[in-house]
Design a protein around this ligand. Structure first.
Ligand code: PRP
Length: 212
């Protein structure tokens, strides 16, 4: 589970390894890509939702009263558009009451810098544990800007869940936001000259939505 990177959970699971290979395969069509991504997202979400605060409650079973637990926080899932949309449903399966935020951001093809075009996040974001989701962490520009924005709105407890990371992106988040933990299924080799992750899987948004 641990890597040489601090505050990073590298999820190691046979289903993840199998599905990641399906996602990396250039010949995988969008419907198959989406279902493999959905399966991995469930495992990533499981790990991303560990160590949330609980409060004790009493519950009546059909037999007798006993101790139980409720989440002692509100949860917000914030998706970096577009590709982050492919991860939201998995988190909602665990936390159906979660609020969902969206941050519209795309990477300029020449400068590789993120350009933001939309934002809508839940009210009282400071009361929430925030799970920011995007399948790809490349240069880290999009994630760092998103975290900076969320913090500017008051968010304090932020975790970043992604599918494939480049070491460059992990370092960038850790330098800018050392308090943010990263949950990822893979840390790949490097970025190429176009700032694509190598070996990666190409453009996740295009592959999810069939816009290649
Ligand atoms: C991709 C990806 C991340 C970002 C990662 O999105 O989904 O949001 O690039 O790159 P970075 O770490 O260097 O910022 P893209 O810009 O292709 O937009 P899309 O999701 O709309 O396809």
């Amino acid at each position: 589970m641990n890597t040489e990177f601090k505050n990073v959970t590298l999820v190691d699971h046979p289903v993840v390894a199998r599905d990641l290979t399906i996602l990396r395969n250039r010949n995988t069509p969008p419907p198959v890509f989406r279902s493999a991504l959905g399966r991995i997202a469930i495992i990533l979400a499981y790990h991303s939702l560990k160590r949330l605060p609980l409060r004790k409650v009493r519950v009546d079973t059909p037999i007798q009263e006993t101790d139980g637990y409720e989440l002692d926080t509100e949860i917000a899932v914030v998706s970096i558009l577009r590709a982050g949309l492919g991860l939201v449903d998995a988190v909602m399966q665990f936390i159906p009451e979660a609020r969902v935020g969206h941050l519209g951001m795309y990477r300029d093809e020449q400068t590789h810098l993120p350009i933001d075009y939309y934002s809508k996040i839940p009210r009282n974001i400071e009361r929430h544990h925030v799970l920011l989701v995007d399948p790809m962490l490349a240069t880290g520009g999009s994630a760092v800007d998103s975290i900076t924005f969320l913090k500017s709105k008051g968010a304090k407890n932020i975790r970043f869940m992604c599918l494939i990371s480049a070491p460059e992106g992990v370092r960038k988040i850790q330098e800018a936001h050392p308090d943010v933990s990263i949950i990822t299924a893979a840390i790949d080799e490097r970025l190429n000259e176009d700032a694509f992750i190598v070996p990666g899987l190409g453009d996740a948004g295009d592959r999810i939505f069939g816009t290649i």
